[in-house]
Design a protein around this ligand. Structure first.
Ligand SMILES: Cc1cc2nc3c(=O)[nH]c(=O)nc-3n(C[C@H](O)[C@H](O)[C@H](O)COP(=O)(O)OP(=O)(O)OC[C@H]3O[C@@H](n4cnc5c(N)ncnc54)[C@H](O)[C@@H]3O)c2cc1C
Length: 472
């Protein structure tokens, strides 16, 4: 990596995250045409690779000491637990230019995912572009569409350092800042309360009466874990859901769904087919004491879990409604029912956080939701992009690969064909906040980034066709 040249001190920006005292007198190192990538998880790695393949120099900053992001469970913010396996199946998860080994199972373990990402980084020579143990604390837009990026050692040791970049790609993940629910009386409750992000191992459940709150994939996984390790398990959900098995007709369920999507049937016909399939494979869930769903399939993020219904059927999980309030010694459920769990686990999801950017940069609304075209391009900053801010009905890596190809192409086009880059900008401004899903999704932070993978990939394909690279 070439040694950066110091330039003039940074431009002051009142809306940017607060600077360290004395920072104004420090030099700013100009990195020329280099692009800065924030994060070396699955999205950041794809960004580094695709930017390099488009001829860019890249500096990637990673706050942890290794790659892999969420899939590296040694990382202090990793949300995975000992038993985490993929929810999406292998072929629908992998990067299109780097398949997972054929010998791997349909749903690999998280340790295999980490080893896959490590092989990806080694195969494409990505590590030499990553600064580990370094967190981005501020990224501020300055004149000419450039960015001043301030970094420091993770944990705040040592001085800050500011460098100027041609563009920034944010790939900081959206599954690490816990969404904490509030309930009356929670602060007085004497039992232990944790968020799912703090759950790592069944040892935490042994000998305990456990209440798991939340019916996402993690909530269902943890209820199943508690069914096998805890003394008792209640699973609290706000509504009824469609619990799809991981296998349908002997195939991974997402692959069967993908085959149906390929038929390009109208949404209503697909919903009918899905309902029929669930009736045939799982049956009527209300027989097990689970509430009937109040919505059609595809209107909430798909839950794939073959074991939940099994353990409900064996009496190891008791499904209950939404928590009414907490008391000192217990929890009140609908109908005045009282339970006395020792441990409550909130599997209530995560919220995106961009603490190194001023809120107006991504036009965050009051709840913190950004406004982006293709979930990637902000309206007012042509040299900024976000990678991986997607919650697909399949695996992420395929989508993030094509998304970061599009990001690299857009940045390259600014030099090679500025008029076409400007035409793309017009679409970004007009199309921010567009949703890539035909179903009417339930209003929830859980669905902020929900995309149908086929709809999203078609939209990215159209963008890539429009951006077809002009000769350099
Ligand atoms: C329990 C669970 C199961 C899942 N199952 C699946 C599945 O089956 N299939 C699937 O495709 N996805 C699944 N996911 C989603 C998973 O998050 C993605 O697969 C993937 O890890 C997202 O990668 P990312 O790079 O966008 O984010 P992350 O993996 O979170 O990586 C972000 C990286 O950015 C770094 N970072 C953040 N802020 C800064 C900063 N300021 N400075 C420097 N570095 C920073 C972080 O340290 C981290 O390494 C699952 C998630 C969970 C929680």
């Amino acid at each position: 990596m070439s040694q950066p040249e110091p330039a003039e001190p940074p431009v002051d920006d009142a809306s940017a995250p607060a600077a360290e005292p004395g920072a104004a007198n420090r030099p700013v190192y100009d990195r020329g045409d280099t692009v800065c990538v924030v994060g070396a998880g699955a999205s950041g790695l794809a960004a580094v690779k695709n930017l390099r393949e488009h001829g860019f120099d890249v500096d990637c900053y990673e706050r942890e000491t290794g790659i892999g992001g969420a899939w590296n469970w040694r990382h202090d913010r990793s949300p995975v637990y000992a038993s985490t396996h993929l929810i999406s199946s292998r072929p629908l998860t992998q990067y299109p230019d780097f398949p997972m080994p054929d010998s791997w199972p349909d749903y690999p373990h998280h340790s295999q995912l980490l080893s896959y990402l490590e092989r990806y980084a080694d195969h494409f020579g990505l590590r030499q572009h990553i600064w580990f143990g370094t967190e981005v604390v501020r990224a501020v837009p300055v004149d000419g569409g450039r960015w001043e990026v301030t970094t420091r050692s993770t944990g705040g040791y040592g001085p800050e350092r500011t460098q100027r970049y041609a563009a920034v790609v944010v790939a900081n993940g959206h599954n690490w800042a816990p969404k904490q629910p509030t309930y009356e009386g929670l602060e007085d409750f004497r039992g232990t309360v944790i968020h799912a992000s703090a759950y790592k191992d069944p040892a935490q459940l042994r000998g305990k009466r456990v209440l798991v709150v939340g019916a996402g994939n993690t909530g269902c996984d943890l209820a199943v874990e508690a069914a096998q390790s805890a003394t008792a398990c209640w699973h609290s959900t706000r509504r009824g859901y469609w619990y799809a098995p991981k296998y349908v007709f002997g195939r991974p369920a997402d692959q069967v769904n993908d085959a149906v999507l390929a038929l390009r049937l109208p949404l209503r016909a697909r919903q009918w087919l899905f309902h029929r399939t669930l009736r045939l494979t799982v049956g009527d869930l209300t027989r097990f004491g689970l509430p009937a769903p109040d919505h059609r399939v595809y209107e909430t993020h798909p839950i794939a879990n073959s074991q939940l219904v099994y353990h409900v059927g064996h009496g190891r999980i008791t499904p209950v409604g939404d928590v009414v309030r907490f008391h000192r010694d217990g929890v009140e459920l609908p109908g005045g029912v009282e339970i006395e769990p020792d441990l409550v686990i909130f599997a209530t999801g995560y919220l995106p956080r961009f603490e190194f950017l001023a809120p107006d940069v991504l036009e965050l609304d009051a709840a913190g939701r950004p406004s982006l075209y293709l979930n990637a391009f902000p309206r007012h900053h042509p040299t900024l992009a976000v990678a991986g801010l997607l919650q697909p009905d399949s695996g992420l890596f395929t989508l993030v690969h094509w998304q970061t190809v599009a990001i690299a192409r857009v940045l390259r086009l600014r030099e090679t064909a500025p008029q076409r880059a400007a035409a793309f900008r017009t679409r970004v401004v007009a199309g921010a906040d567009q949703r890539w899903n035909r179903a009417k999704l339930k209003e929830s932070t859980r669905h902020w980034f929900e995309v149908s993978h086929t709809d999203y990939l078609r939209a990215v394909q159209r963008t890539l066709d429009e951006l077809e690279l002009a000769p350099r």
